[in-house]
Design a protein around this ligand. Structure first.
Ligand code: ADP
Length: 485
């Protein structure tokens, strides 16, 4: 709840002159003002009415201001009370603050003094409501998401464990707050991960990801959990504790196993007959089944090339299935991006030369390390560089560069090749999508390379962008989150 209404103020003073003066000044500021001449009258309004601020005279006949203050706070703790006192002694003020007053105004006071004190109290109230709002929003969110969330402090005590987390680890739902995780998380690998996350260097943005399998008499079918642990820090970067997010990937794993089985069965079924067709074609081409005319040879060579393409497709399908199953959780390490790029450029040089394309890199000194999976990063670079060469005519140029930008490390592959029509730019990342025009139709490919690149980049919480001009060239830029200093 925020103060989105006109702030409501109650002025409690036995002196009519002061009451009226306050009312005039505060109404001029746009507040809604009510008046009471003593403590009894004031309490008569509460709690039926809520006042954002009560200005309370301490010296009143009948009920003393101090008594009124205690009763107001008991009836409506959210009200901010400012005491008005003729005895602005330290002792009185401290007493009033102890009983819950927010501030005090000594008599006599000027209209300005009143305005400033009330404005400060309203600002404070707004900040309090904002904090309460944010807390309640966060609590609702955390309690209702399907992923398990656990927050532990430096002493391994639980600060928060949402219902999904307790359900996943098979813990009875009761309050875990303040308890040691060792008491109720009977999962050594999880406890060990939390301890490792707690020990991660303070200057680094890092997280640990692992898969943990749970089996037990009450769970014969077993559970596979994807677990991420990341330390959270104070403003000075000191570790305060660990946030653990647990995602139930049992169904995903099962589906993945089925898919992989299916894909490998199908590709195997396709590959063996294709290999035997290929071999038989070769036997004919080698002249072992009789003489072959030039025309027959040309036809057989084309057939053999098509069979070769089909074999590559089956191999890439196997690749994709393999990569997607591994992407669920990955081991990441800090990598020297510039070194990985240099190696890839050297590796692809022969192919570039064969196509008379100039392949080079442009790397700045002192790039910070990149937290990524090495094999995946190589796969991303390899696919982008291969494409850049493949879709460049002779005499083209391909440049691979890297740079840091905000929280990201970026990899850029620029070519001076065929380019991609604007309306196809989004589609090229889909599986099997290939741009089909006069120039690309003779270039071999499966349409899977960029789909592989995209899934790898996204599994590293990154993104990929492409800019291109047909006939001029394309630029692919990959953004990957960097280790934070
Ligand atoms: P493949 O290259 O095997 O066809 P990809 O998924 O790697 O599959 O690429 C999809 C399509 O995007 C390609 O068929 C091609 O039309 C287009 N493409 C990718 N990279 C480039 C590039 N550097 N220049 C021009 N076109 C490209």
């Amino acid at each position: 709840m925020e103060i989105d209404h006109t702030p409501r103020i109650l002025v409690v003073d036995d002196e009519a002159r002061i009451r009226e003066a306050c009312k005039m000044v505060l109404q001029e500021c746009g507040y809604e003002v009510s008046l009471a001449s003593d403590g009894f009258q004031a309490l008569g309004h509460i709690p039926a009415e809520h006042f954002d601020i009560i200005l309370l005279d301490l010296m009143m006949p009948g009920m003393s201001g101090f008594d009124a203050l205690a009763k107001i706070k008991a009836l409506d703790p959210d009200t901010v009370v400012i005491v008005i006192t003729g005895y602005a002694t330290l002792e009185h003020s401290v007493d009033a603050m102890k009983k819950g007053a927010f501030d005090f105004i000594p008599k006599p006071f000027t209209p300005d003094h009143l305005r400033v004190t009330v404005a400060k109290a309203i600002e404070y109230t707004r900040a309090l409501w904002d904090i309460a709002d944010t807390r309640s929003r966060l609590r609702t969110m955390v309690n209702h998401i399907a992923d398990g969330v656990l927050c532990t402090n430096q002493q391994n005590k639980v600060a928060l464990a949402n219902p999904a987390f307790l359900r996943m680890i098979g813990c009875p739902v009761e309050s875990m707050i303040g308890r040691d995780i060792d008491e109720f998380v009977a999962l050594p690998p999880l406890r060990e991960m939390i301890a490792r996350a707690q020990g991660l260097p303070e200057s680094e943005f890092s997280e640990l990801t692992e898969e943990i399998c749970l089996a037990g008499p009450d769970r014969p079918e077993g559970l596979t959990l994807g677990v991420r642990c990341a330390p959270f820090r104070d403003r000075n970067g000191r570790n305060l504790g660990v946030i653990t997010v647990v995602h139930d990937i049992t169904a995903l794993k099962q589906m993945d196993r089925l898919k992989s089985q299916f894909v490998s069965t199908v590709s195997h079924e396709i590959q063996s007959p294709m290999n035997s067709v290929q071999m038989q074609l070769q036997v004919i081409l080698d002249g072992l089944a009789g003489e072959v005319t030039e025309k027959q040879r040309a036809i057989l060579l084309r057939a053999s090339e098509k069979i070769g393409n089909l074999s590559r497709l089956a191999a890439e399908l196997l690749d994709l299935a393999r990569i997607e199953s591994r992407l669920i959780t990955l081991e990441r390490e800090p990598l020297d991006l510039a070194a990985v790029i240099r190696d890839q450029v050297v590796f692809h040089q022969p192919r570039a030369e064969a196509q008379a394309v100039r392949l080079e890199h442009d790397l700045p000194e002192g790039l910070p390390p990149l937290l990524a999976n090495r094999q995946n990063l190589e796969e991303v670079l390899s696919n982008l560089i291969t494409n850049a060469i493949k879709y460049s005519p002779e005499g083209g140029r391909v440049t691979v560069s890297a740079f840091a930008q905000d929280d990201y490390l970026c990899i850029r592959v620029v070519d001076t090749g065929l380019g991609i029509p604007a309306e196809e730019l989004n589609a090229i990342f889909q599986q099997f999508y290939r741009v089909k025009d006069e120039k690309t139709r003779y270039i071999q490919g499966t349409g899977l390379g960029l789909a592989i690149v995209k899934s790898i980049v996204e599994s590293h919480q990154g993104r990929i962008m492409v800019e291109s001009q047909p006939g001029k060239g394309s630029t692919f830029t990959v953004f990957l989150p960097r280790l934070q200093a």
